[in-house]
Structure formats: structure tokens, C-alpha cells
Design a protein around this ligand. Structure first.
Ligand SMILES: [Zn+2]
Length: 373
């Protein structure tokens, strides 16, 4: 392990050193004897492992022990200021150019254990199942391809129609009447031939049909963008929780965008019971499936791309681990009539949940009999 300082600004000040990685945050470290500044200089060079750093510092700073050096490396890593040079630079020149902005973004969050290159490789090794390539899915699809997700499975039942053109930008006039999955897959191949893409033309008619697709494709994450039938979100939730696959859902109701994600085994799932005195009063699922009037799709282009971006961002969290999933077990509501402000309402995982609960009660005999009848 060769710790190397990330591209950042730092300077010696009266009481120590000031380090700036993000303009919003200035970190000041005490440095009475100047050893921290000397360490940062060595880390900028990125030539030494921990033992080498100790030996390089020792002549000028004999009081600095090996333990001190290890502690300092640990502290700088916790602040996300250093990477392991052994875990960087293992992409080809073409790959570095292809992922230029991805690497630059991810480098802000990288650690000794996971470099930006490590996270790009995770994306390349990832498989995302896209349930629907319509208003949400087609926008997420473009983002995932830009991020370089290596494998995509596209599921949809619809053909391209004129009404798609307000917000689904992978489709062209000449594609009207053609299955969406076919054109979307062609778009992926034309955009980046290295991405493996397969298609499944399927209509979800029950919970089993969703579970079959999730179980047979074994994705790393699911993007859920199917709006009907009304039970579809519970079916996706059940299939993903049982398969241990995280999913992210985006949709909208009238002038509110809605997003949630579920991290099986960690977060609340969509079936987790909510307390009746829940002051938020917003069970995400019901937002999308109230009376018929709520189901008129009002997702114009900017709305669909905004939701698609936030869903893609959450998928990026799941796939790379650059930060923890932000919307797991939460309902996110975006005020599209206002300033697009986000309201995030966390929900608690419930042990009595029929899907993800750990304390399922034994079925009552009469209930079994009723189900059997
Ligand atoms: Zn649950």
C-alpha cells in the first residue's frame, strides 16, 4: 500500500496545516513541529509505503514513531484525503479517457480501500435490471451507460409511440411501432459497444412473473420504472427483498416526484407497516396508486430527467459504495410546483413486516384454511 495525497489544496498556517478538498469544507490540523506538513509533502510524491514514510520522516522528526505515522495515515484516510497508489492507475489510457469525469467525481470519495479506479471497475462489473424503459427507465438507462455499467437487462412490453417523445430521448421518429426494448438496446450498443445488453419482452401480471425475471437475471441492482398494474411496486419489492437485490423506484403524482429505494436486510421495505400516527402521512406506494386522477402521467422531459438523475445517483451509491444509499427505506418527495425541494421521510424497518420481517408469526390455522379455500 502506497498512500498518495489526492489532488487538493493545502498550506501551512500559524497553528498547523489547512487542507481543502471541497470548497465547502476547510480542514485544519494541528502541526506544532511541522511533521504533518512534511508528511503531506511526502504523500504528494506518493513514493513510500508506511514504513518508508517513517524512515523518510525520522531524521528530521525523531520523536515521530511508526505508530504515529500509521495513525496519521488512518486519520487522513478517514477524511478521504488519500488513496492507495497500488489501487490507482490500473485502467488503460482509453479507459481513463472514457471515464474521465466518472473518475474525477469518484476520486472525491475514494479511500485507501476503494480508489476511484476500483469504483469504476465495480461499475464495469455491475449488472442492472431495468424494469421498464419508459419515462423513468429510458432516462436512467442513458445515465447508467455514461457511468459505464457493464451489463444491462431491459424489460418492457411496449412499442414506441408518439406520446413518448416528450421525455424518452433514446427513441426516434423512425422507431414508432417498434418494441422499445429493441431500440433501447440498439441505443446502448451504439453508445458503448462494451456494454452487454439483453432484452426481455415481458408483461408483469402477478408477483411470480416479477420474481421470475429477478431470480433468472440475478442483477446487482434493479431500476423499477413500471407503473401498472397497481400492485407492481409491491411485487417488485417482494421479489427484490427475497432475492437480496437492492432496487430504486422513481415516479410521480400530479406535481410531486417520488423516489424510494430498498436495501434488503438493511432498510425498511415497501411492505413494512407504518404507524397509523405517522405524521408524514405519506406512504410512498399510495402516492403513486391513488384514484385514477393521480395516475395521469404528467412527467414532462425535465421532470423525467430529474427523477432519472436522482434514481441513477442512488443506483451509483449501491453499485460503487461511494456513499451509503441515501433513499433506502425512505420516501423522497420532490416539489415540482415549487423549487424542486426534496423532502426525505425515513421509515423504520419492522420485524413484523410480511416481506422483510425477522419475527414472522406462525400462520394461524384458520388463515391457512381460508387461503386454501
Ligand atoms: Zn419490510
Amino acid at each position: 500500500m502506497i498512500p498518495v495525497l489526492k489532488p487538493l489544496g493545502w498550506e501551512s498556517i500559524e497553528s498547523g496545516v489547512r487542507i481543502v478538498l471541497d470548497p465547502r469544507e476547510s480542514i485544519e490540523l494541528a502541526d506544532e513541529d511541522g511533521s504533518i506538513a512534511a508528511l503531506l509533502t511526502l504523500l504528494t510524491e506518493g513514493r513510500h509505503d508506511a514504513a518508508g514514510l517513517y524512515h523518510a520522516l525520522n531524521p528530521a522528526f525523531p520523536a515521530v514513531s511508526r505508530e504515529d505515522v500509521l495513525d496519521a495515515i488512518g486519520a487522513l484516510d478517514e477524511l478521504r484525503l488519500i488513496e492507495d497508489r497500488d489501487r490507482t492507475g490500473d485502467l488503460t489510457e482509453d479507459e481513463r479517457l472514457r471515464h474521465f469525469s466518472n473518475l474525477a467525481f469518484l476520486r472525491t470519495f475514494s479511500t485507501l480501500e476503494a480508489s476511484a479506479e476500483t469504483m469504476v471497475r465495480r461499475l464495469r462489473d455491475s449488472h442492472v435490471l431495468m424494469l421498464g424503459v419508459g419515462g423513468l427507465g429510458s432516462n436512467v438507462l442513458q445515465n447508467l451507460c455514461g457511468l459505464g455499467v457493464g451489463q444491462l437487462t431491459l424489460v418492457d412490453r411496449d412499442d414506441v409511440e408518439p406520446r413518448n417523445f416528450a421525455r424518452q430521448f433514446v427513441y426516434r421518429a423512425q422507431d414508432i411501432g417498434r418494441p422499445k426494448i429493441e431500440r433501447a438496446a440498439d441505443w446502448v450498443r451504439e453508445f458503448d459497444p462494451q456494454i452487454k445488453v439483453r432484452t426481455i419482452r415481458a408483461d408483469f401480471t402477478d408477483a411470480a412473473s416479477v420474481a421470475e425475471v429477478v431470480d433468472s437475471t440475478r442483477p446487482d441492482a434493479v431500476c423499477a420504472g413500471v407503473d401498472s398494474p397497481a400492485e407492481i411496486d409491491q411485487w417488485v419489492n417482494a421479489a427484490c427483498v427475497r432475492a437480496g437485490v437492492p432496487f430504486v423506484r422513481g415516479g410521480m403524482m400530479v406535481t410531486e416526484g417520488v423516489i424510494w429505494s430498498v436495501q434488503p436486510g438493511q432498510s425498511a421495505c415497501l411492505a413494512c407497516p407504518t404507524d397509523s400516527d405517522d405524521s408524514s402521512g405519506r406512504v410512498a406506494n399510495s402516492l403513486l396508486h391513488q384514484q385514477g386522477v393521480a395516475r395521469i402521467n404528467r412527467g414532462a422531459g425535465p421532470v423525467a430527467t430529474l427523477l432519472g438523475s436522482l434514481v441513477s445517483f442512488e443506483l451509483l451509491r449501491y453499485l460503487t459504495g461511494f456513499t451509503a444509499p441515501r433513499y433506502a427505506g425512505a420516501s423522497v418527495v420532490i416539489d415540482l410546483a415549487g423549487d424542486c425541494d426534496l423532502t426525505i421521510t425515513a421509515r423504520s424497518r419492522r420485524p413484523d413486516c410480511p416481506v422483510c420481517g425477522s419475527e414472522l408469526p406462525a400462520p394461524e390455522p384458520e388463515a391457512v384454511a381460508a387461503a386454501g379455500g
